[in-house]
Write a protein that binds this ligand. Structure first.
Ligand code: GLU
Length: 304
């Protein structure tokens, strides 16, 4: 497949397209990002790296971090994790409190905030130094020790985390949070404030495209059953309440974040990341979604 030619074509198409959408501003530090940023990087299992634009510039990974925390939690506690968090699409916004009340504190899936907070609770229970080990995990799968948290984004979200604190309190009242609320919230905000480039994220996401193994050294990071589960959850729950639309238009498992990133994979083929900060009304990068739609259309390949 001539991936660089296809990416070049997508870049030209995007330069002619009128950009729509809004930058996430509920975390004030994110609102400072230049809305014209645009990068795309594809890492093919058989033929290596391709990309364009701001593909090497770091951005806030936000909810994309939920895929990494889920992977770590599954490795730590296995399938019993899914007695505390379900695997169904929510159909509600990512930070909704409503469903949790009538579903007895069991979040619909690990990618809505409530679910990711339960996962953070599992990490706090099972790791000696959860923040350090979370970052180490990212260093390992991306092969890059320079990846860090953006302290300003971390502090900025800390000041406006009342809703996530409310989710934690509600779940604690149902007995589904075991640790101190502040500690769990702190880890969750920390993981969201990590900064990575399209190039780095794509390399980290290779484990999900490559049956759970790192491509660089063939080390199995998560079992093939684990990969089946994580990719299925990305497919059905990875795009807030727009996972159906993403499947319909793009046809790849993936995860988006309010920093404007989308990371996706084609199992056995490639990992790919797009970054463009303007979000559509559902909170997904508008240009990112379009770029990935063009990728699967121009290659003629999706998972369907
Ligand atoms: N840290 C963000 C929050 O909890 C993540 C949101 C996202 O990327 O979906 O609001």
């Amino acid at each position: 497949m001539k991936y660089q030619e296809i990416l070049n074509e997508i870049e030209i198409e995007l330069s002619k397209k009128l950009k729509s959408g809004k930058i996430a501003s509920y975390i004030p530090e994110l609102a400072k990002i230049d809305q014209n940023k645009l990068g795309m990087h594809l890492y093919c299992i058989n033929s290596g790296h391709y990309g364009f634009g701001d593909e090497k510039e770091k951005f806030s990974i936000q909810s994309i971090s939920k895929v990494f925390s889920l992977t770590m939690a599954m490795n730590l506690v296995g399938d019993k994790l899914f007695s505390r968090v379900d695997v169904e699409p929510s159909g509600d916004p990512f930070n909704s409190l409503v469903q949790l009340e009538y579903e007895n504190g069991i979040p619909r899936n690990p990618f809505i905030n409530a679910g990711a907070l339960v996962i953070a609770d599992v990490l706090v229970s099972n790791l000696e130094n959860p923040k350090k080990e979370f970052l180490n995990f990212i260093h390992k799968i991306s092969g890059d020790d320079s990846i860090r948290v953006n302290d300003k984004v971390f502090e900025s979200e800390k000041k406006f985390s009342h809703r996530n604190a409310a989710l934690l309190n509600l779940m604690k009242s149902f007995g589904n949070i075991q640790n101190d609320i502040e500690t769990v919230l702190d880890l969750y905000i920390y993981q969201c404030a990590i900064e990575m480039s399209c190039h780095e994220l794509t390399t980290a996401f290779m484990i999900y495209a490559n049956g759970g193994k790192m491509l660089s050294n063939n080390i199995q990071v998560i079992s093939t059953t684990g990969i089946k589960r994580i990719n299925a959850i990305m497919q059905t729950c990875g795009f807030y309440d727009e996972a159906g639309e993403f499947s319909f238009r793009v046809g790849l498992p993936g995860k988006s974040g309010v920093g404007g990133g989308i990371a996706a994979i084609h199992p056995g083929q490639y990992a790919v990341t797009v970054w463009s900060p303007l979000l559509n009304p559902k909170g997904n990068s508008a240009v990112g979604m379009y770029a990935l739609e063009r990728l699967t259309t121009l290659t003629g390949l999706s998972i369907f």
